[in-house]
Design a protein around this ligand. Sequence first.
Ligand SMILES: [Zn+2]
Length: 43
Amino acid sequence: MPKTGEQPGPGLYVCGTCDQLVRLNDADDVLPPCPNCEGTEYH
Ligand SMILES: [Zn+2]
């Protein structure tokens, strides 16, 4: 599963803790901490 600090590529990622959606638009965008709960694991 992608985590904060990784560059998993463009797409929609769902916080593993609270289901917050985070969208990355570019291949070099870094996953931020979840804006809702500051979780660091996505799926
Ligand atoms: Zn979250």
